[in-house]
Write a protein that binds this ligand. Structure first.
Ligand SMILES: Cc1cc2nc3c(=O)[nH]c(=O)nc-3n(C[C@H](O)[C@H](O)[C@H](O)COP(=O)(O)O)c2cc1C
Length: 318
C-alpha cells in the first residue's frame, strides 16, 4: 500500500480522495470509496441548516466505514453547519470560498481535519494561514468548476515549495499513470472527480455516463456557457464536455428538462443526476481533461483499487 503524509494524517489506506460532486456523489459512492481505503466525499447542500445537516449525515454515516469528508462551497456557509460536519466526518472540506480561520476553527472544534481546495498559489498560502491541515491544488484540467488557470503540475510544484502541509493534486487524473505522476512530483495524494462519475454507485444520469464513455482526447473545454448557478455568480468557469456546449447553443426554448415538477432552464449549472429528465446531452456535462480514460462504468471500489495498485506498480518500476 502507498503510504504518504496524507494517509498517515487521515488514517486511510490509499492516497486518493473521491471528489465531492453534489448529487452526483451520493452517500453510497462515498461509503464505497471509504470502505475501499480512500476518502469518500459528499456535498453539504447549499445553505443547509445545521439541524437538517446533522439529520442527513446521521441517517447514513456508519462508525468504522472509513474516512469520509463533507464539502462546503460558496461564501454563504453557516459555521454552525460546519461544526456539525466536523463532529461527524474525518475531513471538512471547502472550495470556492476565500480561506477563513472562522470556518477552519468551526471544523476543528468538532475534531475534523480541514482540506481546502485552491486554484492558485496565493490562495494555497491563505488556506494554510487560516489553519487548513491539507491543501488540494486544482489544476485547470479539472472537471466541474475551475478555480484557477494554471495547469496542475506547475501549480503543484509552486505550492509544494511554499507550504508545509500535505498537498493533494486534482485535475485530469483518471488513470494510474497520472496518479503516479502527481505522487512522483511530491503530492501526498490525488483528488479525483470525473473517473468516479462512471461508477455503479454514482448519482449521474445514465446518459451523462454514456457521454463520458464516448468522449475521446481533447473533448472538454472551460466555458461560461452553464453560468446559471450560485458558484458561477462569482466566477463563471467550468470544464464540461464540448458536445454539451454545442448542444445547449442549439436549444431553442425556455427549458431543457425537468426535475420532478421543476423546469430546468437552459444553461443551468446543475449536472444531470438520476432524477433529471429531458435533453441530458444539452445540460452541464462536467468532465475533466482525463475523460478519455473513462471507458467503463465500474464499481467504485474497483476504480480505487485499479488506480492505487497501478500507481504503486508504476512508482516501483520507475
Ligand atoms: C460533476 C462534478 C461536480 C463537482 N462538484 C464539486 C463540488 O460540489 N465541490 C467541490 O469542491 N468540487 C467539485 N468538483 C471539482 C472536484 O473537486 C475536482 O477539483 C475535480 O473533479 C478534479 O478534476 P477531475 O474531474 O478531472 O478528476 C466537481 C467536479 C465534477 C466533475
Amino acid at each position: 500500500m502507498l503510504s504518504t503524509r496524507f494517509t498517515e494524517l487521515v488514517g486511510c489506506d490509499v492516497p486518493l480522495q473521491q471528489a465531492p460532486m453534489g448529487l452526483i456523489s451520493p452517500p453510497g459512492l462515498a461509503l464505497a470509496v471509504a470502505r475501499a481505503g480512500g476518502v469518500g466525499s459528499v456535498s453539504a447542500g447549499l445553505g443547509v441548516e445545521p439541524q437538517a445537516l446533522a439529520a442527513q449525515l446521521d441517517s447514513w454515516m456508519e462508525p468504522g466505514a472509513g474516512a469520509l469528508a463533507v464539502n462546503f462551497i460558496t461564501e454563504q456557509v453557516d459555521p454552525a453547519a460546519v461544526a456539525v460536519a466536523g463532529a461527524r466526518a474525518r475531513i471538512v472540506e471547502f472550495f470556492w470560498i476565500t480561506p477563513h480561520a472562522k470556518l477552519v476553527d468551526a471544523a476543528h472544534e468538532g475534531g475534523a481535519l480541514v482540506n481546502w481546495q485552491v486554484g492558485s498559489l496565493p490562495e494555497a498560502v491563505l488556506a494554510v494561514e487560516a489553519g487548513a491541515d491539507v491543501v488540494t491544488v486544482q489544476g485547470r484540467e479539472a472537471g466541474g468548476h475551475v478555480r484557477g488557470d494554471t495547469p496542475l503540475l506547475p501549480l503543484l510544484a509552486a505550492v509544494l515549495r511554499a507550504v508545509d502541509v500535505p498537498v493533494l493534486a486534482a485535475g485530469g487524473i483518471a488513470e494510474p499513470r497520472a496518479m503516479a505522476a502527481v505522487l512522483a512530483a511530491g503530492a501526498a495524494g490525488a483528488r479525483i472527480g470525473t473517473r468516479f462519475i462512471a461508477t455503479s454507485e454514482s448519482g449521474a444520469h445514465p446518459e451523462y455516463e454514456l457521454a463520458l464513455l464516448a468522449a475521446g482526447p481533447e473533448s472538454t473545454e472551460i466555458t461560461d456557457g452553464f453560468a446559471e448557478c450560485p458558484m458561477c455568480a462569482t466566477l463563471p468557469r467550468a470544464r464540461v464536455l464540448r458536445s454539451a456546449i454545442a448542444a445547449v447553443d442549439a436549444v431553442d426554448g425556455e427549458t431543457v428538462g425537468t426535475v420532478g415538477d421543476e423546469p430546468v432552464p437552459p444553461r443551468a449549472g446543475m449536472s444531470p443526476h438520476k432524477d433529471v429528465q429531458g435533453q441530458i446531452h444539452a445540460m452541464a456535462l462536467y468532465a475533466g481533461s482525463g475523460v478519455e480514460h473513462v471507458t467503463a462504468v465500474r464499481p467504485a471500489a474497483e476504480v480505487v483499487r485499479e488506480l492505487a495498485e497501478g500507481a504503486e506498480a508504476l512508482l516501483r518500476a520507475w
